[in-house]
Design a protein around this ligand. Structure first.
Ligand SMILES: [Zn+2]
Length: 114
């Protein structure tokens, strides 16, 4: 499961940051997941709940902000947004000559620790 390795990464990064700030436990982690990041946020949330045990994140709450995928069409120049990675097809002119502007990212926005 690909979500498990992402959760492991979140745990590693946040634990490292908390240690650097002399914190003992992490209370909240807020992340941004792009619709094009190919991450199932439900799976991510359940993997987090399973994996956070016996780490500094044991009592932490995971907040997930989802952002839309933005597709820029090179043919008609329009930008379309989608909450799912359906295809690379432009919904306006049906060209496949598109590039992803944003929405593929997975970022950690905020960590609350004490
Ligand atoms: Zn187009």
């Amino acid at each position: 499961m690909h979500e498990a390795s992402i959760v492991q990464e979140i745990i590693d990064i946040t634990t490292e940051q908390a240690k650097q700030n002399n914190a003992h436990k992490i209370l909240e982690v807020e992340i941004t997941v792009g619709a094009g990041a190919m991450i199932e946020t439900d799976l991510l949330a359940s993997a987090f709940d399973i994996m956070k045990g016996e780490t500094m994140l044991e009592e932490a709450v995971l907040k997930i902000n989802k952002v839309n995928l933005k597709l820029h069409c090179l043919n008609c120049g329009k930008i379309s947004e989608s909450d799912k990675m359906v295809s690379m097809e432009c919904p306006y002119c049906h060209s496949f000559e598109t590039i992803i502007e944003s929405g593929r990212e997975m970022l950690i926005n905020k960590i609350i620790a004490e």
